[in-house]
Write a protein that binds this ligand. Sequence first.
Ligand code: KIV
Ligand code: ZN
Length: 385
Amino acid sequence: MSKQIFIFDTTLRDGEQVPGCQLNIDEKVMIAKRLDELGVDIIEAGFPVSSPGDFKSVEAVSKVVQNATVCGLTRAVKNDIEVAAEALKHAKRPRIHTGIGSSDIHIKHKFNSNRDGILERAVDAVKYAKIFVEDVEFYAEDAGRADLEFLARLTEAVIKAGATVVNLPDTTGYLLPTVMYERISYLMNNVPNVDKAILSMHCHNDLGMATANTIAGVQAGARQVEVTINGIGERAGNTSLEEVAMTLKVHKELDCYTNIKSEMLYPLSKLVEDTMRMPVQSNKAIVGRNAFAHSSGIHQDGFLKNAENYEIMTPQSVGVDKSDIVLTARSGRHALRHRLAILGFNIAKNEADGIYNEFLELADRIKEVNDKDLVDLMKELVVEV
Ligand code: KIV
Ligand code: ZN
């Protein structure tokens, strides 16, 4: 039976931590409303104790979101939890996301503690958060580098304390997908009460493997994925929402579904790009400028014969108008003829080679030939229109 994968969006929390990407309250509310329409299941709206502005944003987002759960981050600290509960009090479905470091590196160098001490603080934090809200997610920070047996003990203990979701972040973007699969499988098989909670993937992209690691975790049994629009986030970023949503949609054999309305992905990507002043790289999967652009002669010819030759999803399925054939010196005759026909130029057979050669000369000079350049060229050549 097809499994639902819950989409937890943290654009407004982990994404917004990026220098230069800070949003004001109105901008956060606008993005939260759009995420709600997109169909995300959980919106992490901020870290309420971190500043009065973040508190107010979480409060404002809580008031407007209609469908999604609204979540606030805390450390495993009583005051953080109280402040988060207050900020979330207007949310229809509030969630507190509390946690603590779980790797020996964090335990020693951040907390100057030991595994037992961390376990006790984790359990206390979950129990305390449960006083305020039913839905409590626990994060085991740096789980990617944590001792696996300890991680299993910690997971079991926080579930017993009432955690509804256990987040296992690869905080430093360190793991390989095969290792992520093995680690999540280990937890699925060795934590006795694992079926009482949902395991969540929260990956960072330091080695460019955030999406692959997230999907590996899903294959091993995780049911929630923590993502951001455009993969925005600390350092090399978080897992990108659009990449995970489309991977789960395109790969039917994974037998998973999400509530994401994929046609809204591109417009929302643009909104986040503009509002957060964080340009999306041209070759970014799904939403980059070139994601549906074909530029070499061989690809353009194959694409024009049948789009499926070079596209695994339609541009419309992610909200992009249409694919693009970019005319450059690498383009072939087929692409040129196709574009000229769209522009209303019917080329006689005996003129085709001459026009193609003129086009190549122009393309070598100006690199990318747009419609206006082509019309100007055709006027110069005085070809019948
Ligand atoms: O990357 C991380 O570990 C986090 C946690 C605070 C959830 O963002
Ligand atoms: Zn993170």
